[in-house]
Design a protein around this ligand. Structure first.
Ligand SMILES: Nc1ncnc2c1ncn2[C@@H]1O[C@H](COP(=O)(O)OP(=O)(O)OP(=O)(O)O)[C@@H](O)[C@H]1O
Ligand SMILES: [Mg+2]
Length: 107
């Protein structure tokens, strides 16, 4: 799907969700590497912030490319501590309207 089609659908979905006051979850998954998952997540997230939505990006990749590409400094608590039940999920406020549950290399 072209990015413009994707954004049009997001605008429609955004309008519908405004009516029913619900959040939506968008998962970007593909076994193949280097196909644009991280790039799409960052840009769709940024576009949704521009549409006035509050966005929570969750970086589930152990490479932490999304976290690193946003310039977020290393955090003590990442998605892994949260998934292991060692900590509460602790989103990092990247900018107004966009929070990030960070990943990390674990070292
Ligand atoms: N629409 C696009 N057009 C051209 N290049 C793109 C596009 N989307 C992503 N890229 C480039 O492709 C490369 C891989 O993108 P990205 O890191 O987003 O892929 P990925 O699927 O998240 O990779 P990985 O499997 O390693 O997590 C990057 O260099 C990125 O800049
Ligand atoms: Mg990636």
């Amino acid at each position: 799907m072209a990015v413009s089609d994707c954004l049009s659908r997001l605008k429609e979905t955004s309008a519908l969700n405004h009516l029913i006051n619900m959040g939506i979850v968008i998962s970007l998954l593909n076994h193949k590497g280097g196909v644009g998952k991280t790039t799409s997540a960052v840009n769709i997230g940024a576009a949704m912030v521009e549409l006035g939505k509050r966005v929570l990006l969750i970086d589930l990749d152990p490479q932490a490319n999304l976290t690193i590409s946003l310039g977020i400094p290393r955090q003590k608590v990442t998605i892994y501590e949260a998934l292991r039940g060692e900590s509460e999920v602790s989103p990092y406020c990247h900018k107004s309207g966009m929070d990030v549950v960070v990943s990390g290399s674990g070292d």
